[in-house]
Design a protein around this ligand. Structure first.
Ligand code: AHR
Length: 607
């Protein structure tokens, strides 16, 4: 095979490779968040998930109650009330792992009626300290613990006999070399840094637009002292402490040398919420739009501005240099969406023409909803559109030229979420091929981020993920190495490459295949698929956790028939592609859409 490299045709997109972080799969609390105490604020609530309660994560000894009278803060209403002798012990995220000599900062708020000495121990003799509390309201207390051995255990706080204590906002964080408590877990932070991302999109995903109107992620709830932040359930059905909030996200971007891409809801919540998509009521829209403008001021405003001053107060006087703002995530393109989106975007365009607003292509990678998203974006002249695509490797290989067909004069593309959904190495190779397709169309594709990024082993709510971790281990996937190669070894120019002597992969095929659909959720197994009289083993099994395309057959396809039957032989379906429509293709998209559990059989023309 001869490879001929031609002249440069364009520069590559400078910010192309970045990260997308969402609190899904226990990615933040118990993950990137360096905090070791789970539910230190006693705010886990049964309304979030029925196995949660205010003492989730805590074991109790003696009389311990959860109370709300005269709380530490209205956003942090619950606290533990102990009448000695009594104790509470937190086991963190499945055990608190510590290393000999690596100091930790313990802090908490306590309220007592008489001077009291709290006895704090970590694990079975790993570390201990005493905290003296004066009476008279809530007191902030802190102490450093220096583990004398490496091990795993609980943090136990005991109140002596005859005393009583209210405890809240208990935290335990490893210390950095300069003695300050860490915000991010160092090994995970390093894994992200090694990807050399140009940008970070946050906080979601679906998490940004929320499960119902009350669950929309409002950035103002996530700044300021951690114990004052409004905590809530996240859309992935667990508790989010918001200890990594907007301030920390900006801090993370800075630590990684990445530009921030915050995503705010486009005035509507997720369409998968109970009762479907809801729009922020008219009476609240003015305030909501102002919140979005305030976010830009928080990021970029000078210290003389209200929100710029807040940023300075939070320890960052210099502006963050925000350039992008995402508006919406996979939203269904309804009239309510159009109405809210347009008003928010207009307000941002008018007040901040320097900010590129990124719209959304809606919930799918193809099909009518996707077309509606794009049509709306084109009509409005949206600068950039966030597309998502979780596909199997075959689809990625078959769509390498997807973006060559896009109008370079239309809205630009941010491929905000994508992954090849199959076994790791096969997916990683397909992703690499697809990424070259993104890279060689810089007039269309400006940004791209793999998703999801992080998953705690055993807590994956969406697969595959880029980085898996346990309490003390980081497991990198084959896809991670692909992302790292593209992030660190950036091409600067796009050049035409011609290959001589390569036989095209696609060719006319004909035959009969059988698809056994034995579980609409997990696996689609194809057997006995024959093209051109020869068996095609490739089609035999597709472990299609998140999708499988059986075949996309080009314009030369002749008389093709597929029959699909369930394992038990019931409820089969068959699709026939007649010879009379030469432009047709057959695609079976088993599009599981994560938690949506839907199966879509998309039929193109001529079937
Ligand atoms: O990455 C997981 C989810 O996939 C995101 O929250 C959402 O945008 C998409 O459906």
């Amino acid at each position: 095979i001869a490879v001929r490299v031609g002249a440069a045709t364009a520069d590559t997109a400078p910010d192309l490779w970045g990260l997308f972080i969402e609190d899904l799969n226990d990615a933040l609390d118990g993950g990137l968040n360096a905090e070791l105490i789970r539910n230190g604020d006693f705010e886990f609530d049964p309304s979030e998930r029925n196995d949660f309660h205010h003492l989730t994560g805590w074991a109790t000894e003696g009389p311990v109650q959860v109370r709300t009278g005269s709380p530490l803060h209205p956003n942090n209403r619950h606290y533990a009330s102990l009448i000695g002798p009594a104790a509470i012990a937190n086991s963190g995220w499945y055990g608190i792992s510590v290393t000999k000599g690596k100091r930790l900062r313990l802090s908490l708020f306590a309220r007592v009626t008489e001077q009291t000495r709290l006895a704090v121990t970590l694990g079975n003799g790993l570390a201990s300290t005493d905290l003296d509390v004066e009476p008279g309201g809530w007191h902030y207390l802190e102490a450093d613990l220096a583990p004398t051995a490496t091990g795993c255990g609980e943090l136990r706080i005991a109140v002596p006999a005859g005393a009583d204590a209210d405890l809240d906002a208990v935290t335990l964080r490893p210390l950095a070399d300069d003695g300050s408590p860490l915000t991010f877990r160092p090994d995970l932070l390093q894994a992200l840094k090694d990807l050399a991302p140009s940008f970070i999109r946050f906080p979601g995903g679906c998490l940004a637009h929320g499960y119902g109107l009350g669950n929309i992620y409002h950035w103002k709830d996530t700044i300021g002292p951690r114990w004052r932040r409004a905590q809530t359930r996240n859309i992935w059905a667990y508790h989010q402490s918001r200890q990594i909030g907007y301030g920390e996200y900006f801090e993370l971007c800075e630590a990684l040398g990445a530009t921030a891409i915050p995503i705010v809801a486009a005035g509507v919540c997720c369409q998968n919420s109970p009762g479907g998509q809801h729009a922020i009521p008219e009476s609240q829209m003015k305030d909501y739009i102002q919140d979005v403008l305030d976010l830009i001021e928080f990021a970029n405003g000078g210290p003389e501005t209200r929100w710029g001053a807040k940023r300075a107060e939070h320890g960052h006087p210099e502006p963050y240099g925000l350039r992008y703002l995402g508006l919406g995530n996979e939203d269904e393109i309804t009239d309510a969406f159009r109405n809210r989106y347009a008003r928010i975007e207009d307000a941002v365009r008018e007040a901040h023409p320097e900010i590129t607003v990124i719209g959304t292509s809606g919930p799918c990678t193809t099909g009518p909803d996707f077309e509606a998203g794009w049509q709306y974006a084109r009509e409005r002249g949206v600068a950039m559109v966030d597309e998502h695509g979780y596909q199997n490797p075959r689809w990625l290989h078959q769509n390498l030229d997807r973006y060559a067909a896009y109008d370079p004069d239309g809205p630009k593309v941010y491929l905000g979420e994508y992954a090849g959904c199959s076994s790791t190495v096969r997916s990683a190779l397909a992703e690499a091929a697809y990424m070259i397709g993104l890279e060689r169309n810089p007039d269309v594709v400006r940004l791209a981020s793999y998703a999801p990024l992080l998953a705690r082993v055993g807590h994956s709510q969406w697969t595959p993920d880029l980085i898996y971790f346990t309490a003390d281990e980081v497991r990198l996937t084959a896809s991670y190495y692909v992302q790292r190669a593209f992030g660190t070894e950036r091409g600067e120019r796009v050049r035409a490459v011609e290959l001589e002597g390569v036989v095209p992969w696609t060719r006319p095929v004909a035959g009969t295949g059988e698809a056994h659909v034995h579980s609409p959720r997990a696996t689609v197994a194809f057997s006995d698929v024959v093209f051109d009289g020869r068996p095609v083993p490739d089609y035999a099994t597709v472990p299609g956790i998140d999708g499988a395309v059986l075949a996309a057959i080009g314009p030369d396809a002749a008389d093709i028939e597929f029959t699909a039957v369930r394992r038990d032989g019931s409820d089969g379906f068959s699709l026939r592609l007649g010879p009379d429509d030469p432009s047709s293709s057959v695609k079976f998209n088993f599009c599981m859409g994560g938690n949506r559990n839907t199966v879509v059989f998309r039929r193109d023309d001529g079937i």
